[in-house]
Design a protein around this ligand. Structure first.
Ligand SMILES: [Zn+2]
Ligand SMILES: [Zn+2]
Length: 104
């Protein structure tokens, strides 16, 4: 008796379809198994508030910000300007603040 096992067949376990290569059978099985849609992963990234470089690690962004404030570089200067502008705006929009245009 001669056993011919030179031919390998791959069978989809779900629909029973036979394929002569693994990838086709695998694709079929994936289709048949009706796998869930790819899961959406929320990747948290950290942005340096000053130069807006994005980092994977919180520490890296923190180090970047620290570097700016140690060097007092242009990013740091700009950041201080924006921050004080924000504070001014907040103060101006404060409900206790009487707006100039009310006196018109
Ligand atoms: Zn199948
Ligand atoms: Zn930075």
């Amino acid at each position: 008796m001669v056993i011919d096992n030179t031919k390998t067949l791959w069978k989809c376990p779900y629909c029973g379809e036979e394929y002569d290569n693994f990838d086709d059978a695998n694709d079929c099985a994936i289709d048949c198994a009706d796998v869930d849609d790819p899961e959406e992963l929320v990747v948290t990234k950290y942005e340096c508030a000053m130069c807006h470089k994005v980092f994977e690690e919180y520490d890296e962004a923190e180090v970047c910000e620290m570097k700016h404030s140690n060097d007092e570089d242009k990013y740091w200067v700009r950041f201080q300007e924006i921050e004080s502008m924000k504070r001014l705006e907040e103060a101006a929009n404060h409900p206790n603040q009487t707006k100039i245009e009310n006196y018109k």
